[in-house]
Every structure is written in C-alpha cells, then in structure tokens.
Design a binder for this molecule. Sequence first.
Ligand SMILES: [Zn+2]
Length: 438
Amino acid sequence: MKFETSLALLADVLLLSSLLTPACGITSSFGTESSTGAVCVAGKYDLDRSGSLTDRTSLGQGIASRNLQAGGGGRSSVTDSISGRDGSGQGFSLTKTASVDGSLQTSSSAAATPEGGVLSQNTDLSGDGGLFAIQSVSSGNIVAAAAGYSGDGELASSISAAAADRSALSGGAQVMGVDCFDQQAADFLSSGDLGMTVSGLYQSGDELQRFGLSARNAERSGRVSEATYGRITTGTYGYYNEPSAFVIQGYRWTDNPSLKLWVRQDSALTGEGLTAAAAVGSLSAAAETWDGAVAGQSLFNDVVSASTSVNADRYDRNNVHAWKYVASSALGYSRTWYTTASPMTVAGRRYNRALESDVVYNTRWGWTTDKSRASVSRKIYDVQTVATHELGHTLGLGDTYLNSIYKWDLSQIMGFYDAPQRELGVGDKTGIRTIYGN
Ligand SMILES: [Zn+2]
C-alpha cells in the first residue's frame, strides 16, 4: 500500500519504454535481526548472457551493507533494495531499478541498520528504451524519481537515496545530456506534496523520440494525495484527426490562470538568428492558439515579455522559454513543477495543481520563426510549432504518440513533429476542453 505513490510515478515513466523481458534471472534476499529490529537486502537481476554481476553483501547483528556491480550488453535489468524495520515497527526501504536493451553499467553501495540507511549508486544506460528509477520510503515521506527515454538514447544517474525518519534524494541525472535532476530539484522535493516532470524530444535517426523524468515527494503524516495519471482511451479510433487522441498528464492550473510567459533574451537566442520580438511573436501566437480553443477561460496572459534576467530550469514562479545549448540530440523539453497537496476535481477527474512551467529549445539545432524556412531534414525547426506543443505540456497534456493507437495521428500538435503545424488537431481541442472547459 505504501508504494502506491511511487508506482504511479513509475507508471508515468514506464510509458517511455516497453518492459524488457530478459531470458534469465537471479533473485537474492538476505536478512538479519537484532534486539533493535531487522534489516533486509534484496536483489533481482535479469542479465543478458554477456552480463556480469558482483554482489558483496555482509550482514552483522542488525547491520547490512552491500556493494553491487552489474553490467549487461543486451536486454538487462537490475533491481536492488535495502530495507529496515525497528522494534516499534517503523520501516524504511531504498530501491533502485534500471533496465535497457543495450549497454547497462550500474554500481551501488548501501548500508543500513533498523533505524535508517543510504543507497549510493551510479548507473549508465545506452541503447534502446532505457529506464531508471529510485525511491526512498520512510515513515515521514516517500520520495522517488524515474527517468527514461524511448528510441536509441542514453541516461546517466548518480542519484542517491537516504532514509531514516524521513526520505531524501540527492545527486543528479542526465537523460540525453539534459540535466533532468539536480540539487535544485532535490531541494524542491525535500518536503511537501510536490512533483516535477521533464518532458522532452530528441532526434534519433530520422525520428523524434521522447525522454523525460518524473520526481515526486509525498508526505505520509498528513493527507497523501493520489496521483491522477491516466489516459483517455474511450471512443473509437479513426486514423486521422481523432477527437479522442489526447493524453492527460494529471496536473492543471487553477481556473483563469492567465499564465504570464517570458522569453529569455540572451546571446543564445540571437545566435539562432532570432530577435526577442520574433520569439515573443511566435510564443504569443502559440499561447493564443490554446487560449482560443477554450471558451470562458484566460489560459495565458496576452502579453508575452522578453527579459535578460529570467531563467528556465529554475523554480522561481516565472514561466520562461529559453534557448540553451544542450550537448545532445535533444530538441527541446518542458519542465513543470506542481503540488499534489490540494488537487482539483474537474468533471470527476482529479488534477494536481501546476506551479510553474519552463521550456528549453536546444541551440544545437536550427530555429526559425519563418515556417517556410523550417525543415526536419536540415534540422531547422519552426519555433511556433514547437512552442505550441510544449505549451500543451505546460497546460497538462501529454504526448499522444506514446499511445500506439494514436501514434500516426499527425494532425494533433501533441503528436510527432513532422512539419510545421500551427493549429490544434481535434484531439488537442477535446483534450484541452476536457481539462479546462466548462
Ligand atoms: Zn512532447
């Protein structure tokens, strides 16, 4: 029961990659007790034939420590955990799991007594469909992070977890070279019913693939909110511009948010041959596209502003769009912070409350506000098209192409980027009206 929150979180990221089912598996479990309580170490390893595994676990009276090293070259997954329970029944657990169809290298060291423990790990994944998750469960709170990508990508995690009366994460994770988790995220998630989600696109061959990270903290003393991740799958599927082709992320803004959008004005922007005025123009048009789809709500403030002093990727309650160099094939990503503490119910569906949403455009690729210059093959992207897609995430919509039956419904802005598209599809409109409509 206590894993519900983190499982919902995992389910969100599991959408990124199909579950890998390697050929052979090893499970291990060791426990020790003392007068103060009990400690348990457990592992589950599914490694390709070329894989290697060293697990050194030592147990004392009420003390356990482990050093694990594992590697694989095919379909591999590794889960290791350490948990404890003191004499009064208070428990904690620290778990990490990684899977990929490609190269997996992971090492971890963990130590625990019945009162608490730490799990430090380094994991590198590359190849098809990588997934990494870590969680810490204690009597005070549950904190978890899950990251992954579809396609042929890469992920590096050095996130560590600690638990005693409370749980905490520290460290960092890069997915497709993007800093998806860092100390700022760890601090944001240290207390309160809060979450953060990063959702990005990257170029893999001729295709765009998805990457991202979800992290959440849930307090256990007060009310623990359930996540409302879910997908609408009702209705019949038409191949083209299907009204039910939308995905609800599970967060929304309060009614009439009139979100103020900012463009960061700096040399990264002008280096793309863009002026602040041109970027503001594209962003205003993208915002107006969503605003125009919902009657009776002001989703965005009509005035988009440029400033040299605003920053993306920083929780400061400013919604900032910035151009940044990311040394990877990432095209762009949105990062949304939300609280699960005071969910809203709209038409019978529960939503967490969004707090801030930033968007980053990677200057490794070309950007234009003139759609006749945009070209996927030349890797020049239309700002307004991508802004409209990313603002869909800001408002609470997910990527439709993750849902296989909607994958090729290219009329939705929340689908693949195949060419400039500045209008919403019918599914996009149904989706946004489902979240905000009356
Ligand atoms: Zn997206």
